[in-house]
Design a protein around this ligand. Sequence first.
Ligand code: HEM
Length: 460
Amino acid sequence: MATTVSALAGPRPLPLVGNLAEFVRGQVSHRVLDRWADEFGPTFRFRLGGSDVIGTADPAIVDVALRKRPDAFRRSARVSDVIDEIAAHGVFTAEDDKWRRLRKVAAQSLNVAYLRQYFTTITMVTERLLRQWETAAGSGESIDVLDRMMRYTLDVTSGLAMGHDLNALENTGEGLHSRVPMLFPAFSRRINAAFPYWRYVKLPQDRRLDGTVGEIEAIVKERFAQARVRVAAGEPPSNFLEALVKPIENEPGITDDEVFGNVLTMLLAGEDTTSSTAAWALHYLAENPDVHEKVRAEADEVLGDQRLPTDPGTVGRLKYAEAVVNEVLRLRPVAPYLGVETKHDMTLGDLFLAEGTTLFLLTSYGARRDTARFPDPDQFRPSRWLDGAVKTEALPFAPFGNGPRFCPGRNLAIIEASIVTSVLARAFDFIPDHTAGPVEERMAFTVFPTNLHLRVRARA
Ligand code: HEM
């Protein structure tokens, strides 16, 4: 006989709020889930407000839940509703046929051929970053690493998503670039709110959110009009927005609203995720000089007298830098759990799940606990990815998800994070600056580092 959800072990819930307070306290919900998995076993139960949630790190369940989409599982409605309401109703939140259509365009516009085409944008933005760090090395100023990485990924992603150069790296004043980073924390606040107050009353933070979304919408509208003209003139799509124009001509189902939702989705999905990963990579290099030295030696060998990689093939040869990025994603995954919901009654293993059950899938818990496949799992050891013993994108290591909704931006993310790691490590020595306090992590829709400051010195 199948086990029911109510028979699963889990933390004791409080009346009304359940385990919400413990879950959100300190903004480290991913660590709370890890702790519950340690204490109650790989599949456990807890309550957020009035709803039961299953947490699971069981690779068999995680694998089925990720692969059987969109037919048997959908994204958690709690997450999708909040994102949709903010207007980012694109491929991330779409389901069924709408998702199939949008996914095709998203996957195509991030495929290897397109990335080759976009590479000049990546090179241009990386050159900008490098020049800025050279200035910082000269002045001795302390660099807010996450802020710099966010500006870097925002510049790359806004170029790729809509052909617009925000130049967030050099625009240090107020502007859209300084407001985009508030979007994820706003999602997080709403997803974890006990009550959707913003539907009844808008606080200043909600008005700021609406204003930022409106600003992006205005840029997208202007770019959209230009994209239509270019594509009608027979020009090949040079960014995601232009790639969306083609299906719009053939499929009247994709509306202007959906175009906006998708461009916004791409902007959001591509920014905080990659910037946190790159920032953590630089942190680990600063803390591990031997690893820094290896990244530098590889960059010297692969790049020779080139200042920057100028094509994806060269980045592909930066194997050690990529191993650093994988090790960062293992220890500091930006999306450590994914929320899904069952679309009908089912039995997984011996667990019965009714339609509408929410599961939080701990997609890389095992990669921090499985000592057979990941010896000394707490140690930062990039070389573990080079001997072939562990594989990327095989459970229990799925930082980009898995199955048909696997992150279509993975290649771009690995390229960006590897370039930043390699090029900056080659040019500079890193000196950790703990004046603001110890480096910590926080979860606000994605996980990011706090207090991550470095001083840099031109390489001796
Ligand atoms: C280190 C960087 C990144 C990480 C860790 C990451 C992680 C993820 C994860 C875990 C998912 C959910 C996958 C699933 O449900 O199975 C996802 C979805 C997605 N990601 Fe990424 N991502 C990153 C960078 C990017 C970039 C650079 C882009 C594009 C510019 C991007 C675009 C998307 C999109 C469009 C989806 C939705 C896919 C769908 O629902 O079909 N991501 N990402």
